[in-house]
Design a protein around this ligand. Sequence first.
Ligand code: AMP
Length: 456
Amino acid sequence: MTSFHDFGLVEPITRALAEEKYVAPTPIQTQTIPAVLSRRDVIGIAQTGTGKTAAFALPILHHLVTNRRRPEHKTCRTLVLSPTRELSSQIVDSFRAYGRHVRISSALVIGGVSMGAQVRALQNGVDVLVATPGRLLDLVTSNALRLGQVEFLVLDEADRMLDMGFIHDIRKIVAKLPAQRQTLMFSATMPRAITELADQMLRNPAKVAVTPVASTVDSVEQRIFLVDRADKPAMLAEILQGESIDRALVFTRTKHGADKVVRGLIKAGITAHAIHGNKSQNQRERVLAAFRNGHVRTLVATDIAARGIDVVGISHVVNFDLPNVPETYVHRIGRTARAGAAGVAISLCDSEEAAYLRDIEKLIRMSVPATDRRSSPRQAQPSTMQHRLTRPPADAARNQRQRGRGNAPRKQGRPQQPRKAPSGINAVPFLHRNAQLGHNTQSRRREHGNPKNSVQ
Ligand code: AMP
């Protein structure tokens, strides 16, 4: 399949894809879409960044549109379960983007926000409901939602849902669904628990997999410099002068930060331009053209601005700021090492960003080699902080429930929420990061695809 038209999706959907500038389906889409269109259950091994959301969203939208019927009150036709609020809202956004030309109702049900608006959103029934398991069960228990009309069930990031202790919630939810339904399950890894779950919940599923085991993350040479915040501009200049760079894309968290970084680089004698939402379209195009043809070797961008940058030959990605959403890191570094080319991703991490680094390493399931350039690196850690950091958040949530708080409002798992890093230079024992992850990072390496856009 080289084009979305080959799948036979209804025209309003392919039109939306053209507007999204999706030219060709990704491998997971090529495998999954025909299977779902032919009404088969699917089990897929795929990670964030491979295009798996569209792989399930597009054929489901197609079915909803071609078999249109009004959802009954307090029911949904499609239920998508995902482990985190962040991922859930990305999924519902995707459904809305791909379904913008078809009248499909959707709702998002996640913890941490008031239930009132969610109860109202479900009142008339919806075509698509994206939810985290805990809040979904709360709504079912309080009779705001009935699950007996679900036609399509998607379990996204199943391994993470298991890691986060959602297995019982998932079983309770699935027990309330009609047996006659189409089920799609996606997971980055396939441990036994997932295979067992799939055996119980799926019927003769088509097995699809993308094998980017050694793709983006592995083919990018990743490095970290642990630095004091104040030293970041000088460190960046040193990196850009020291490395043999074809094109470098520097990421900052804010537009203001991007401008400041550019000023610092210019002062250090390095030509650089910023690209972000405050720049006019003209300015953006001029800068991008200069970056493409090599007149400007360094571009400083925010995540949102970087979405529109389609430039091949980026040899270096530098994270001036670490992103607070770990998936964003994977998307950022995926901008380099395209099409088998070698790429380098260098991140500057100050003490305030230590927790972000830890979340990133947990997501990519490897530790990134770090060089400590802080003025006074400290190794001893307060024992309370050590304790907090040694226990993975999922275990923490599980333990909390085992201590008899099963009915308390459920935690959706900390690591995926934008969060505040602990402050203090010695908040994280950088030199013992592997031990903190609590697993063999080599053997549990997780793979990632080559995302086109970044999220944030
Ligand atoms: P996902 O793995 O679903 O999180 O998707 C990763 C990113 O790839 C998202 O930003 C999507 O918008 C983008 N994407 C998905 N499918 C395609 C496609 N066929 N062409 C271009 N970009 C895509």
